[in-house]
Design a protein around this ligand. Structure first.
Ligand SMILES: [Zn+2]
Ligand SMILES: [Zn+2]
Length: 136
């Protein structure tokens, strides 16, 4: 697998490089992603730990504790511009989730499912060919 993709935070202090294809690329409609991003949903692109390399400044961390499972979801974000460049999860230790909008080309990966749709905004229309899940 030779495909490499790069991205980073808004100010450029943190950059990353991923190799290969994601295990899964999802649209997440959970309330934590809505608050974390200030938006209606987030693009969460999951890789294995060894596929992702961060360079530049060291991110700060914030642990959100799920009110559903009690486990933490950790945002790794830039101290200067606040962009979340990585998410890690207590539930999946070897997984590195990259927020899709932080890629230099945020369209290269194919979205395969929508999750936590029970909190999706009511104006969202799901494409017919994707897997739609009420929870994760
Ligand atoms: Zn930054
Ligand atoms: Zn979410």
């Amino acid at each position: 697998m030779s495909s490499m993709h790069e991205g980073g935070c808004a100010c450029g202090a943190i950059r990353y490089q991923v190799s290969g294809l994601p295990a899964l690329a999802q649209v997440c409609h959970c309330t934590n992603c809505q608050r974390r991003t200030g938006s209606a949903f987030s693009l969460v692109v999951a890789f294995k730990e060894d596929q992702v390399v961060l360079t530049g400044a060291t991110p700060s961390q914030y642990d959100h504790r799920s009110d559903e499972s009690g486990r933490w979801v950790r945002s790794h974000f830039c101290n200067t511009c606040g962009t979340t460049v990585l998410i890690t999860l207590e539930k999946n230790p070897g997984v590195r989730v990259v927020p899709g909008g932080t890629f230099d080309d945020p369209t290269w990966f194919k979205l395969s499912r929508h999750i936590w749709t029970r909190s999706a905004h009511d104006w969202i229309v799901f494409p017919p060919d994707v897997d739609v899940r009420e929870k994760a």
